[in-house]
Design a protein around this ligand. Structure first.
Ligand SMILES: Nc1nc2c(ncn2[C@@H]2O[C@H](COP(=O)(O)OP(=O)(O)OP(=O)(O)O)[C@@H](O)[C@H]2O)c(=O)[nH]1
Ligand SMILES: [Mg+2]
Length: 356
């Protein structure tokens, strides 16, 4: 009996030793997903909520990206007005649309007269109608440009300082691998943020070693968007696929990748705010997915349908931890990450046989 007690103490001590070693060790989290799904925004949100926030200097430096987003957005709208054959309602806006002054973003920021042109264009009901029809565009426009265009009066002020929301709404594709580390509950979490384009996806494999968890970010609002994977995924000349189908396909590949067998997989079905607005306004899920036979204006049943594309029959062979997220909503991310961090730590301990 005495031996049994000693043996038990020895095992407990060994576990404590192991755990201490682990606590000092790093937890690597690879953040994957297609272009524009919200990977970097999720990490920015974490920085705002648990990483001490984004300092003023960084915010000021980000103003040029907001200007760039506005300029790209309005230029696409002007082009699509012509492509879709939509008329300007105001003569002034029609004149402004052809202005050479709009064409170039010289320097890092928009000039005051360029802001005036953009304001006049955005106020035109024809342009607003065009933006509503963005799922028909041949050019890809970011949904978040609407936020910046609606706030243009504030943004054009000389003393403008972006809010946290402005920072979270900036679109800047990740062109090189970015790492973000933060200590949480005595663990050092190392997030690896990669680009989601085909070119970058080809390099994901380089980061598959020692991954504790993969967070796969998928955009719910991609169900009515197309992407041209011409010449890259298929080597065919032009190949248009639904963005959501591409994301599901890549998710399949990730969860069945043997190098990630020992990693936990967390799925973020992101942009639930955009999804909700779209479903409630357009009720168009069945237009793109005829298999959907439920009420097209009911957000919950539409969500369940998308969920089933990623997780048929509720799950895959491997357990997937799934959350509906809104990466620009810091409260939502903070709440969800409370749960996610426990999942990740449990997984790490289980992998080390500390939890049975
Ligand atoms: N409305 C809304 N916008 C979001 C959400 N998540 C991300 N965005 C916006 O979507 C755009 C793309 O987000 P990113 O975080 O840059 O996407 P990414 O996955 O890092 O894209 P790549 O780096 O190109 O692979 C940004 O303008 C974000 O502000 C969300 O939950 N809701
Ligand atoms: Mg990114």
């Amino acid at each position: 009996m005495l031996m049994k007690g000693e043996e038990r103490n020895r095992i407990i001590e060994e576990r404590i030793k192991e755990e201490k070693k682990l606590i000092r060790s790093q937890i690597k989290i690879l953040v994957l997903g297609t272009q524009s799904a919200g990977k970097s925004t999720f990490l920015k949100s974490l920085r705002v909520t648990i990483g001490g926030g984004i300092d003023e200097e960084k915010k000021v430096k980000s103003i040029k990206y907001i200007h760039e987003n506005i300029h790209t957005g309005i230029t696409i709208l002007v082009d699509e007005m012509e492509i879709l054959g939509i008329n300007y309602v105001c003569d002034n806006a029609k004149k402004m649309a052809t202005s050479r002054l709009l064409q170039n973003l010289n320097g890092e920021r928009l000039e005051p007269h360029q802001f005036t042109i953009i304001k006049c264009l955005w106020n035109d009901p024809g342009i607003k109608e065009c933006f509503k029809r963005r799922s028909e565009f041949s050019l890809y426009i970011q949904d978040t440009v609407e936020h910046f265009l609606n706030n243009i009066d504030i943004i054009m002020q000389n003393d403008y300082l972006p809010t946290d929301e402005d920072i979270l709404r900036i679109r800047r594709p990740t062109m090189s691998v970015k790492e973000y580390t933060i200590d949480i509950s005595n663990y050092n979490f190392r997030f690896v943020d990669v680009g989601g384009s085909y070119y970058h996806r080809m390099k994901w494999m380089n980061h598959f070693d020692d991954v504790t968890s993969v967070i796969f970010v998928a955009s719910l609002s991609d169900y009515d968007k197309n992407v041209d994977i011409a010449d890259i995924d298929t080597r065919e000349e032009s190949h248009i696929v639904r963005k959501m189908d591409l994301s599901v396909k890549i998710f399949d590949q990730v969860i069945s990748n043997k190098f990630l067998n020992d990693s936990s997989i967390i799925l973020f079905l992101n942009k639930k705010d955009e999804f909700k607005t779209k479903v409630q306004e357009k009720g168009n899920l069945s237009t793109y997915y005829p298999d959907y036979i439920g009420n097209s204006y009911d957000v919950d049943t539409c969500l369940k349908f998308i969920d089933s594309l990623y997780l048929p029959n509720g799950n895959r062979d491997k357990e997937i931890y799934r959350h509906f997220t809104c990466a620009i909503d810091t409260e939502n991310i903070s709440r969800i990450f409370d749960v996610v961090q426990m999942t990740i730590i449990d997984w790490k301990l289980r992998a080390a046989n500390i939890l049975s």
